[in-house]
Design a protein around this ligand. Sequence first.
Ligand SMILES: [Ca+2]
Ligand SMILES: [Ca+2]
Ligand SMILES: [Ca+2]
Ligand SMILES: [Ca+2]
Length: 375
Amino acid sequence: MSKLPIKLLLLFIFSNGYSQYFSTQGTAQLTSNDPVIYRITPNSNASSGLITNYFPLNLSTSFELNFDMNFGSNDGNGADGMTFFLSNLCSPGLTSGGGLGLPAQNNLLVVEFDTYDNDPTFGDIPQDHIGIYKSGFTTLSNLIIQGQTAPICILNTCGNVENNTFIPIKIKWNYISATEQKLEVYVNNLLRASSITANHIADIFLGNNNVFWNISGSTGGLSNLQQVRFPSINSSFEACVGEAVLLTAPILGSNYIWSNNSSISNVANYTIITNETVSCTYTDFCGQTKSINYNLLPHLIPTPNVDLSPPDCGTNNGIIEILNPLNNSSLPIPTDLFISEISDHDPGALTYIELFNGTGTSKNLANYKIKVYNN
Ligand SMILES: [Ca+2]
Ligand SMILES: [Ca+2]
Ligand SMILES: [Ca+2]
Ligand SMILES: [Ca+2]
């Protein structure tokens, strides 16, 4: 009987740990860790809340941010909405009511998600709407939606968004050149609004490439429970024991102190040894002391469990059955091809190797080899 090699591919997931840390103001508070959910406003009048991400963004590179917004369940008697905005303010102030929680000042790049029609001086339209503005004052004179003279509906149906559902929002910053950039807003993965293409870095941020991203919201005489959710957040790093991972804390800070590590910059190398939580404490761009935790996880190595029924004098067929790991276990899904079944049969015709492609994409087999060793 010939012996076929069984190659076990060790699969591992390396998560680019993206720590989702926000400072909060007003009524904003963290209400769930998994998934991460922040309440921006409670369902009560005259509330405003704001969250600001710890990690500054660099406007000289393109980036994309994804989150889900829930505008509450009061439609006609619900208000006021939320915003996404970029700023380099260290102490953004809060407004309530039609101000959507925004700092009452210029030099912000704002996307409003407005669920209440204020009077025309606000430049509102009756439908729940998106506006893109170059200021915290969301008037028509500050509107910078490409090809529009008024805000547009949040949904392509122009329907109501105050229906207690988390709606996927994607913000895309397109850095085209040092003098041309634009911001795009996607709702339910559909492009709904784009800013004009202009030198926003110069015009809005006065040449400062470093901004923070924020989500604000408010209520006034009417209210809604307004929330934002981050569906794919992971501050854990998983790798094999002995492997190194690079942890990154926010840039532009100082006095970086990492636990059990001598790095004094915003990056530090750690070797995965055991389950542990490490932290970085630092002084941020605004002079505030901040701390971030990272979870280091050794990768779980599956223990193969193989059942062997060798052929005997009366039976030419033998069976090698892999009992564990199985596809329906909690182990990671494959990132590459693997040998899922082997049959070895003396007459030859029933000898085969089955390869499983569970990656969801086609694979060029020219890039693979199978070696057969015969005894
Ligand atoms: Ca409303
Ligand atoms: Ca409004
Ligand atoms: Ca508006
Ligand atoms: Ca509505």
